[in-house]
Write a protein that binds this ligand. Structure first.
Ligand code: TYM
Length: 330
């Protein structure tokens, strides 16, 4: 089993990233060969600031290590240090079809009313994402639910390339989407996913929030007036309640049904302090380790450079194979 996954280095990590992706990467380090990268070439698909991007790459690498990604066991790197990513992306852009990209819901969401004014890179973003994974012959891609369509697209691209060239070059990767935490929702609106682009900071828990702020955000999280039900059926049409129970389940490792049994009949007034405590206790050590890693940008750069060299060596044969399959001399 070889897993590849990435995260955009744009500002803070939030609880959705942590539960939907990062802690699952951390847990998989013992069972699979893992490559995890900062998608800095994806970050430039929207306007940004060079100094900020440089700082964000280091900050996000430090945060991943603080969460438990071990650079000795996981190849941790940033995309921009491995030119094979944009190189294969060009090739795969000649395999992907415009009709396929037109169906991508994230482009529609991110471009909004400004479709014509969006970058070509934002539109072809999923093609680079396909290259990220296919370069390494990954078998599985652990992601949150919002990335599922992009993984399906990369499978289509891989299958078409293999069929068009009659070379079984690319492995078709499977998405690995968690059960409880596949889609952590905003604390203010159970119908919107928790996201770094939400204008209200109260909608998300950031990994850098201190204990008081975490407790305050949980206290103010939107819920309903009904008590906690005994079974999952009682959570139907209660998106905010469902979300808080899912967060508790993902953090504690308990089944949602066990949590319902424990809190059945009580109001959210008594559930929220327990949830806040669990969050505070989980995130406190992460924040402390992040504080330490922030003091050592030289070591972070060393880790990313060394990870990139290992990644580049693993990517080379696939890229070579793609050139050869197409008849491109090198
Ligand atoms: P990004 O940076 O938006 O998110 C990183 C990971 O966090 C997950 N996630 C969530 N999971 C549950 N609930 C949420 N509210 C939530 N918000 C984010 C995402 O699903 C993702 O797994 N395009 C990708 C980065 C990328 C990538 C790749 C991923 C680039 N190349 C190749 C996998 C493979 C992105 O923008 O993720």
């Amino acid at each position: 089993m070889r897993i590849v996954s990435g995260i955009q280095p744009t500002g803070n990590l939030h609880l959705g990233n942590y539960l939907g992706a990062i802690i699952r990467w951390v847990r998989m380090q013992d069972e699979a060969e893992c490559l995890i990268f900062l998608a800095d070439l994806h970050a430039i698909t929207v306007p940004g600031n060079p100094a900020q991007l440089r700082a964000n790459v280091r900050e996000m690498a430090a945060a991943l290590i603080a969460c438990g990604i071990d650079p000795d066991r996981t190849i941790l790197f940033n995309q921009a240090r491995v030119p094979a990513h944009p190189e294969l992306a060009w090739i795969l852009g000649c395999t992907a079809r415009i009709g396929w990209l037109n169906r991508m819901t994230q482009f529609k969401e991110k471009s909004g009313k400004n479709r014509e004014g969006s970058s070509v890179g934002l539109y072809t973003y999923p093609v680079l994402q396909a290259a990220d994974v296919l370069l390494y012959q990954a078998t599985h891609v652990p992601v949150g639910e919002d990335q599922k369509q992009h993984i399906e697209l990369m499978r289509d691209i891989a299958a078409k390339f293999n069929a068009d060239t009659s070379v079984e070059l690319f492995t078709l990767p499977e998405p690995l989407i968690g059960k409880d935490a596949a889609r952590i929702m905003s604390l203010r609106d159970g119908s919107a996913k928790m996201s770094k682009s939400d204008s209200s900071d109260m909608s998300r828990i950031n990994l850098t929030d201190d204990s008081d702020l975490i407790a305050q955000k949980v206290r103010k999280a939107k819920t309903d007036a009904e008590p906690i039900p005994e079974t999952a059926e009682g959570l139907a049409d209660r998106p905010e309640a469902t979300n808080l129970i899912a967060i508790y389940a993902a953090l504690s490792g308990l089944q949602p049904s066990d949590i319902l049994t424990q809190f059945a009949g009580k109001g959210f007034g008594s559930f929220k302090p327990a949830l806040a405590d669990l969050l505070v206790e989980t995130l406190r050590p992460v924040r402390a380790r992040l504080g330490q890693w922030r003091q050592d940008p030289t070591e972070i750069d060393r880790i990313l450079t060394s990870g990139s060299q290992r990644a580049a060596a693993m990517a080379a044969p696939t890229l070579e194979g793609a050139y050869k399959a197409l008849g491109l001399p090198r």
